[in-house]
Design a protein around this ligand. Structure first.
Ligand code: DC
Length: 238
């Protein structure tokens, strides 16, 4: 194992960043990818995109009433993919050719995504997209089950969390900055509700992988996080 670490190129590694919602996983994962020349994959965006597609196709948000076979056929007709951002740097999500970056971040989608993400057919659909990215290696993926289900053999696993109030305040400020009408109490309820649904769903619940490093960033800045990860990566891969 020691020899393997030495000869393994940093550019070939898979880094799994899992954790609670609104912990800044995507900001962190994006910065790590940029720092080490890796590709960043926002797996939550894919679940959000599928949710938007399902809502637009008329599927309601009552789990018991969703016709899973119909949803599967809908997904087969759905083209969802990341394309390079037109404004430079990074990538953005497209649904059947339409840029949906903005739509997938609304509270309407945020409030329903856990429901669709709990459906095994939806998870299989998203996992098949993620596995394709994994084949190329050199990726940082953030999500809920990357280190436990999608890539249990990831080279580095990180589990991120922060106090719910801290997370709600960060999300609230983001929404307000984007000009969305938001109330802190609603955002906090959404954070708590999503934690519950993520941790208690039957398929691929949010769990810390045994070998994941724990990162509680309640009192950390983004710079602190980078110092933390740089130390770990230089210890492991030089
Ligand atoms: O990271 P995020 O908040 O954008 O994720 C949106 C939703 O997708 C979240 O409620 C949980 C779900 N999700 C998941 O179930 N598995 C993943 N790998 C990523 C996200």
């Amino acid at each position: 194992m020691f020899v393997y670490c030495i000869i393994m190129n940093r550019r070939d590694i898979i880094i799994a960043v899992d954790g609670h919602s609104s912990t800044g996983k995507s900001t962190f994962a994006k910065k790590v990818a940029a720092r080490y020349g890796l590709i960043y994959v926002d797996t939550g965006a894919l679940y959000r995109g599928v949710t938007l597609a399902a809502l637009r196709a008329g599927f309601g948000d009552n789990l018991l009433e969703i016709d899973v076979e119909k949803l599967k056929s809908e997904l087969l007709r759905t083209d969802i993919r990341f394309l390079p951002s037109a404004t430079g740097g990074g990538s953005e999500l497209y649904l059947n050719g339409e840029n949906i970056e903005r739509e997938i971040r609304t509270l309407e989608v945020a409030g329903r995504v856990s429901i669709f993400a709990s459906i095994p057919a939806v998870r299989e659909f998203v996992d098949s997209i993620l596995k394709e990215y994994g084949k190329k290696r050199g990726v940082v993926m953030d999500g809920r089950d990357i280190g436990t289900v999608v890539f249990p053999d990831a080279d580095l696993k990180i589990f991120m969390t922060a106090d719910p109030q801290v997370r709600a305040m960060r999300r609230y400020k983001e929404l307000v900055a984007r000009g969305e009408e938001a109330h802190y109490e609603d955002v906090l309820s959404n954070v708590i509700e999503r934690d519950y649904m993520d941790e208690n769903r039957e398929t691929a619940p949010l769990r810390r992988a045994e070998d994941a490093l724990f990162l509680d960033n309640s009192d950390m800045t983004q710079e602190d996080e980078m110092v933390w990860i740089e130390k770990i990566i230089s210890q492991r891969w030089g």
